[in-house]
Design a protein around this ligand. Structure first.
Ligand code: UDP
Length: 247
């Protein structure tokens, strides 16, 4: 988020370096139930981002001192693989991954009916296999599908996408160049049935008016993403039904 660059991120016709217009997100693909040993899982691609989410639980909470007698806790581990970025990332947790794990767990706590499972833990693993900006949003979107795939009762799904600003333009779903050299990055996650915000961060700066435009763009895209999440879950369910019937 340097705020100024020699690079042109949006040309005179309003076209971005990857050919998108300001309000277009990158192509999205979601598949539910991709891992047989996890209780729930999902694979998600958005542009060049590739993300895997796996869910275990509700199960006994370890370490025990974290148990809550009134509800389940959600423990999330967001991990960026060394090979996911062009400059090899040092393996293991760092400040960034700890922060992202925390904000994703907090977002998911809003939708999971944790009160049904006192003392339990729901464990969410997010592996970033390939990164190109927006991985926390991609991770959260995939994790919500994995939770639903695990059959964990939820109030809603959580779609999430970043908005921001680059070259003076408000943009949806920043790619790596726009994230690195742009003026602002605003990851957003919502509960689509009520439009409650469950994740909102901001890096950089924009005017109030630009922020309002960006948030409107994020909400519209989140509703679209939610349809893709639902379609992935439906596809998994439908395939299962056909397989059972044909056996
Ligand atoms: N990134 C990287 N190495 C790192 C961390 C991030 O190359 O150690 C890249 C990666 O492409 C990531 C982007 O920078 O998606 C933006 O990172 P940010 O911290 O803004 O989180 P994200 O946008 O992925 O949620």
């Amino acid at each position: 988020m340097s705020g100024h660059t020699e690079m042109t991120l949006v040309n005179e016709d309003g076209v971005r370096i990857d050919g998108r217009t300001a309000d277009q997100h990158r192509p999205v693909h979601i598949e539910a139930g991709v891992l047989s040993n996890a209780d729930g899982s999902a694979y998600l691609e958005i542009g060049k981002n590739k993300v895997l989410a796996a869910v275990y639980g509700p199960r006994e909470c370890h370490p025990r001192h974290l148990q809550d007698p009134t509800k389940a806790i959600i423990q999330c581990k967001y991990n960026m693989q060394s090979f996911s970025v062009s400059d090899r990332k040092r393996p293991g947790p760092d400040r960034r991954s700890i922060e992202i794990s925390k904000i994703i767990a907090e977002a998911l706590e809003r939708v999971v009916l944790t009160e049904l499972y006192p003392r339990a833990s729901i464990d969410v693993y997010i592996e970033i296999l390939q990164a190109n900006a927006g991985t926390r949003c991609a991770g959260l979107t995939a994790a919500a599908v994995a939770l639903a795939d695990a059959g964990i009762p939820m109030r809603d799904l959580v779609p999430s996408i970043a908005v921001g600003k680059a070259d003076g333009h408000v943009l949806l779903d920043l790619n790596k160049e726009e994230d690195n050299y742009g003026e602002a990055d605003v990851p957003v996650g919502i509960m689509p049935s009520t439009d409650e915000i469950v994740l909102l961060q901001m890096d950089g700066d924009m005017t109030r008016e630009e922020f309002d435009t960006a948030i409107d763009m994020a909400f519209e895209a989140c509703h679209e993403l939610c349809d893709i999440q639902k379609a992935a879950l439906k596809k998994r369910y439908d395939t299962g039904a056909v397989r059972e019937g044909s056996e």
